[in-house]
Design a protein around this ligand. Sequence first.
Ligand code: HEC
Length: 166
Amino acid sequence: MNAKIVVIGCMLLLPCVAGAASVDVQRGRYLVKIGGCNDCHTAGYVTSGGSVPEAQWLTGQAVGFKGSWGISYPANLRLLVRAMSEEQWIHQVGQPALPPMPWFSLREMSEIDRRAMYRYLWSLGPAGSPAPAYVAPGAAAPTPYILFVPQQDERQAGRQVPAFKR
Ligand code: HEC
């Protein structure tokens, strides 16, 4: 093929290809933000009103959630995607996980959005360390944790607090 045609062809095509890739990543970022993933998967995000720098986003938490299921830790999603192909991620997202991970919400996510999220997580690059391992009910807690059990103020005795049921 004529070299001139190839060069002109590439000049026309490349911005489209690059544009499509960045749209994916930007959509993934948008989904992460509105999906509340940082609330649990980024330390300090909720208590700072969402002002944690993006460089620290989604690196997981070493403060666990303790309930009848034991103690669960929000995974380091930036490391998780490095250990998974995009196809594995698509399959894994929405599989049952321990509370309070809202896996049943992610189950509803379309394939195209799962891809966008994976590409955004990948674009952030690896950072932080893996979250601590899950702790079974009754075992000693190796880290601080948030107690995910309804509490009843004695002064409110008589008012019903709904119990968590598995
Ligand atoms: C209310 C807290 C909370 C929110 C919000 C949350 N997660 Fe999680 N997530 C967790 C916890 C806790 C775990 C660990 C669950 C376990 O050990 O089974 C987890 C685990 C995961 C895992 C690993 C599960 C697996 O199958 O290996 C993925 C992927 C994940 N979360 C993605 C997300 C995404 C994407 C969002 C936003 C749409 C999100 N999470 C929002 C708490 C949360």
